[in-house]
Write a protein that binds this ligand. Structure first.
Ligand code: UD1
Ligand code: UDP
Length: 367
C-alpha cells in the first residue's frame, strides 16, 4: 500500500517529518509531493536537510501567486501525480493552500484524504486558513484531531469521516529535536543574547502584516513592552513580512532586531531560551506551550485555545496597551501547565489508523 503526503510550506515540512519517518520505519511506501508553495532555501530546503528527510518525489514548483491561481495550479499538479500513482490514501497537514489543493485533488480522484491537525477553528472566516481547514475537514475520510477540543468541533459540524484523537505531530518533532537543539545550536551566542533575557517575535499572518496600520501597531506594542522591561526583541522575519515592511516603508523600532528566518534547531533553541514569545503563528503558540515559554498571541482569535486554557498563552490582539498588559501578565509565569497536544506518538497513531482502515473489516466507522 502507498501513502501520499502532500506538503508545501515550512510548518508542514516540520509537522509531516514524523509521519515520513514513521512510514520509513514501518516499510510503508510514502510518495512525497511538494507543491513548491515555499521555495526559499530558509523556508524549505534547510528543513529537509536538518530533519534528514528524503527529497520529495515531486516538486510542483507552484511558488507565490494569488490564492485562486496558487490553489488552482496546485490542484492540477497534484491531480496529475495522483492519476499516475493512485496511492491508497493522501495525507495533508494543517491549513495552507497546499493542504486545500492536496485534499481537493484527492477527494475528486476518489482517493481517501487523511487530515492531520483536523478540527482547528478560529471561527474567523476572514482568515484564508479557516476556509482551508473547514473545506479540508469536510472532504476528509480520516480526521486526525490533535485534542478532544478539536474532536468536539468536528462532531458539532457533523463531518463525514472517522475522527481519531492523536495528539499533534509537533510534539513528536519537538521531542526528537529539542535536546539536539540545546546541544548543537549556537544561536544565542551568534545573536549575543542571554538565556531568559530577550523576547522572541514572529509575525507573518496576512491580516496583521498586509495592513500597514495593523503591522505598525503590532510592532509598537511589542517594542513598548521591551522598552519598559529593558529587554531586546529578536524577530526572525518571514519573507511576507519583510516585503510588506519594504513596500510600506515602515521602519522597525530599535528595540526589535530583525534577523533572517532561523533553521529549526536554532529556532527551537531561541524559543526555549526566550523570556517570552510574541507571535501570530499557529505553530509557535503550540511549541512555546510544549517548551515551557510563556506566549502572547498578537491576534484576536486563535484556533489553539487549549494553549490559553492551560495558562501558557494570552490572546492580546494588536492594541499596544493590551499587548503591554499581556506581556506583564505572562512574563515570569512558571511553566507548570499541562501540555494539551499529546505524548509525542501522534504519527504512530495516524499510521496505526490507516493500517486498520486498509483491512475493510477492521475499519471503525462511527455512526
Ligand atoms: C503560508 C500560509 C500560512 C502559513 C505560512 C507558514 C496560506 C494561505 N498561507 O503563508 O497559513 O502560516 O505559509 O509560513 O497558505 N515568499 C518567499 N519565499 C517563499 C515563500 C513565500 O519569499 O519561499 C514570500 C513571497 O513574497 C510571497 C509571500 O512570501 O508572496 C507569501 O507567501 P505565501 O505562500 O502566499 O503565504 P505565506 O505568507 O508564506
Ligand atoms: N520556525 C523556524 N524558523 C523561524 C520561524 C519559525 O524554524 O524562523 C518554525 C517553528 O519552529 C514552527 C514553524 O516554523 O515549527 C511555524 O511556522 P510558521 O510560523 O511559518 O507557520 P504557522 O505555524 O503559523 O502556520
Amino acid at each position: 500500500s502507498q501513502v501520499a503526503i502532500v506538503l508545501g510550506t515550512r510548518p508542514e515540512i516540520i509537522k509531516c517529518a514524523p509521519l515520513i519517518k514513521a512510514c520509513d520505519r514501518r516499510g510503508v511506501d510514502c510518495l512525497l509531493v511538494h507543491t513548491g508553495q515555499h521555495y526559499s532555501d530558509d523556508l524549505d530546503q534547510v528543513f529537509f536537510d536538518q530533519l534528514e528527510l528524503p527529497a520529495p518525489d515531486y516538486n510542483l514548483e507552484i511558488g507565490s501567486r494569488s490564492h485562486g491561481e496558487q490553489t488552482g495550479r496546485m490542484l492540477e499538479g497534484v491531480e496529475d501525480v495522483l492519476d499516475e500513482h493512485a496511492p491508497d490514501v493522501v495525507l495533508v497537514q494543517g491549513d495552507t493552500n497546499s493542504v486545500l489543493a492536496g485534499a481537493l485533488a484527492a477527494a475528486k480522484s476518489n482517493i481517501p484524504v487523511g487530515h492531520v491537525e483536523a478540527g482547528l477553528r478560529s471561527f474567523d472566516r476572514d482568515m484564508p486558513e479557516e476556509i482551508n481547514r473547514v473545506v479540508t475537514d469536510h472532504v476528509s475520510e480520516y480526521l486526525f484531531a490533535p485534542t478532544e477540543e478539536t474532536r468536539g468541533y468536528l462532531e458539532r459540524e457533523s463531518v463525514g469521516g472517522q475522527i481519531v484523537v492523536t495528539g499533534n505531530t509537533i510534539v513528536d518533532s519537538l521531542y526528537e529535536y529539542r535536546e539536539l537543539a540545546a546541544e548543537k545550536s549556537d544561536i544565542l551566542a551568534e545573536l549575543g543574547v542571554e538565556e531568559g533575557e530577550f523576547y522572541l517575535l514572529t509575525a507573518h499572518r496576512a491580516e496583521n502584516v498586509d495592513d500597514r496600520e495593523n503591522f505598525a501597531r503590532l510592532l509598537e506594542g511589542v517594542s513598548r513592552f521591551a522598552r519598559e522591561t529593558d529587554r531586546e526583541v529578536v524577530y526572525p522575519i518571514h519573507p511576507r513580512a519583510q516585503s510588506r515592511l519594504d513596500e510600506f516603508d515602515l521602519s522597525v523600532p530599535e528595540e526589535i532586531r530583525t534577523v533572517e528566518p532561523l533553521d529549526f534547531l536554532d529556532f527551537l533553541r531561541a524559543e526555549s531560551a526566550a523570556a517570552l514569545a510574541f507571535t501570530d503563528s499557529g505553530g509557535v503558540q503550540e511549541e512555546t506551550c510544549i517548551l515551557g515559554t510563556p506566549c502572547v498571541t498578537l491576534r484576536y482569535s486563535t484556533e489553539r485555545p487549549e494553549t490559553a486554557y492551560v495558562g501558557a498563552n494570552c490572546l492580546a490582539g494588536l492594541d499596544p496597551d493590551d499587548v503591554v498588559e499581556a506581556g506583564s501578565t505572562m512574563l515570569g509565569k512558571p511553566a507548570d501547565w499541562d501540555v494539551p497536544f499529546g505524548d509525542g506518538r501522534a504519527a504512530e497513531r495516524i499510521l496505526d489508523t490507516l493500517a486498520a482502515g486498509a483491512e475493510p473489516d477492521a475499519a471503525e466507522v462511527p455512526s
